[in-house]
Design a protein around this ligand. Structure first.
Ligand SMILES: [Cu+2]
Length: 118
Protein backbone atom coordinates (compact mmCIF):
# COMPACT_ATOMS: atom_id res chain seq x y z
CA UNK A 1 0.00 0.00 0.00
CA UNK A 2 2.60 2.53 1.15
CA UNK A 3 5.00 1.55 -1.62
CA UNK A 4 2.40 1.95 -4.37
CA UNK A 5 1.72 5.49 -3.14
CA UNK A 6 5.41 6.33 -3.23
CA UNK A 7 5.64 4.85 -6.74
CA UNK A 8 2.77 7.08 -7.78
CA UNK A 9 4.54 10.08 -6.26
CA UNK A 10 7.75 9.15 -8.07
CA UNK A 11 5.83 9.01 -11.35
CA UNK A 12 4.42 12.50 -10.81
CA UNK A 13 7.84 13.82 -9.81
CA UNK A 14 9.27 12.31 -12.99
CA UNK A 15 6.67 14.06 -15.14
CA UNK A 16 7.45 17.38 -13.48
CA UNK A 17 11.18 17.01 -14.13
CA UNK A 18 10.48 16.06 -17.76
CA UNK A 19 8.33 19.17 -18.28
CA UNK A 20 11.07 21.43 -16.93
CA UNK A 21 13.78 19.73 -18.97
CA UNK A 22 11.86 19.66 -22.26
CA UNK A 23 9.63 22.69 -22.94
CA UNK A 24 6.79 21.91 -25.34
CA UNK A 25 8.31 23.47 -28.46
CA UNK A 26 11.94 22.59 -28.02
CA UNK A 27 12.73 19.49 -30.03
CA UNK A 28 16.22 18.06 -29.91
CA UNK A 29 18.18 19.30 -32.92
CA UNK A 30 21.03 17.52 -34.65
CA UNK A 31 23.41 19.41 -36.94
CA UNK A 32 24.41 17.43 -40.02
CA UNK A 33 26.83 18.46 -42.76
CA UNK A 34 26.83 16.73 -46.13
CA UNK A 35 29.94 16.81 -48.28
CA UNK A 36 31.60 14.70 -51.00
CA UNK A 37 30.92 11.92 -50.03
CA UNK A 38 29.75 11.62 -46.52
CA UNK A 39 27.40 12.90 -43.86
CA UNK A 40 29.00 14.26 -40.69
CA UNK A 41 28.24 12.86 -38.22
CA UNK A 42 27.69 9.59 -40.06
CA UNK A 43 25.50 8.16 -37.29
CA UNK A 44 22.86 9.95 -35.26
CA UNK A 45 20.52 8.77 -32.53
CA UNK A 46 16.78 9.30 -32.07
CA UNK A 47 14.04 7.87 -29.90
CA UNK A 48 10.71 6.30 -30.80
CA UNK A 49 7.88 8.81 -30.62
CA UNK A 50 10.20 11.76 -30.03
CA UNK A 51 10.56 14.42 -32.70
CA UNK A 52 14.12 15.28 -33.66
CA UNK A 53 14.97 18.11 -36.02
CA UNK A 54 17.81 17.45 -38.43
CA UNK A 55 19.44 20.80 -39.27
CA UNK A 56 21.30 20.01 -42.48
CA UNK A 57 23.61 21.83 -44.83
CA UNK A 58 26.28 20.96 -47.38
CA UNK A 59 29.90 22.03 -47.33
CA UNK A 60 30.40 20.78 -50.86
CA UNK A 61 28.22 19.36 -53.58
CA UNK A 62 24.46 18.90 -53.87
CA UNK A 63 23.17 15.92 -51.91
CA UNK A 64 19.86 14.63 -50.63
CA UNK A 65 18.08 12.47 -48.11
CA UNK A 66 14.86 10.53 -48.30
CA UNK A 67 13.43 7.68 -46.24
CA UNK A 68 10.04 6.02 -46.46
CA UNK A 69 10.73 4.12 -43.21
CA UNK A 70 11.40 7.30 -41.25
CA UNK A 71 8.87 9.46 -43.08
CA UNK A 72 11.45 11.75 -44.66
CA UNK A 73 10.34 13.26 -47.97
CA UNK A 74 12.90 13.81 -50.70
CA UNK A 75 14.99 16.73 -49.44
CA UNK A 76 17.74 18.47 -51.42
CA UNK A 77 20.80 19.68 -49.53
CA UNK A 78 22.69 22.53 -51.19
CA UNK A 79 25.93 24.28 -50.21
CA UNK A 80 25.33 27.44 -48.22
CA UNK A 81 21.69 26.58 -47.48
CA UNK A 82 20.19 25.06 -44.37
CA UNK A 83 17.19 22.78 -44.34
CA UNK A 84 15.35 21.52 -41.26
CA UNK A 85 13.82 18.06 -41.42
CA UNK A 86 11.63 16.88 -38.54
CA UNK A 87 11.59 13.16 -37.88
CA UNK A 88 9.41 11.26 -35.42
CA UNK A 89 10.44 7.59 -35.62
CA UNK A 90 7.69 5.02 -35.09
CA UNK A 91 9.82 1.93 -34.66
CA UNK A 92 13.18 1.16 -33.05
CA UNK A 93 15.99 -0.05 -35.25
CA UNK A 94 18.93 0.95 -37.40
CA UNK A 95 18.04 2.88 -40.54
CA UNK A 96 20.62 3.50 -43.24
CA UNK A 97 19.70 6.46 -45.43
CA UNK A 98 21.54 6.67 -48.73
CA UNK A 99 22.23 9.99 -50.39
CA UNK A 100 19.21 10.45 -52.67
CA UNK A 101 20.83 12.59 -55.36
CA UNK A 102 23.52 11.24 -57.71
CA UNK A 103 26.56 13.26 -56.60
CA UNK A 104 29.59 11.64 -58.17
CA UNK A 105 32.19 8.98 -57.45
CA UNK A 106 31.40 8.28 -53.80
CA UNK A 107 27.63 8.54 -54.09
CA UNK A 108 27.05 4.81 -53.65
CA UNK A 109 28.76 4.77 -50.26
CA UNK A 110 27.30 8.02 -48.94
CA UNK A 111 25.07 7.06 -46.06
CA UNK A 112 23.59 8.50 -42.88
CA UNK A 113 22.80 5.93 -40.21
CA UNK A 114 19.94 6.67 -37.83
CA UNK A 115 19.86 4.60 -34.65
CA UNK A 116 16.34 4.69 -33.26
CA UNK A 117 16.24 3.69 -29.60
CA UNK A 118 13.05 2.49 -27.89
CU1 LIG B 1 24.78 11.34 -53.72
Amino acid sequence: MGSSISRLFAAFAGVTVLMIAAPAFAHPTVDIVASNWKFTPGTIEMHVGETTVMHITSSGGVHGIQSDDLGIAQTTIKPGEFVDVSVTPKKAGTYVIHCSIPCGGGHGDMTLTVEVKP
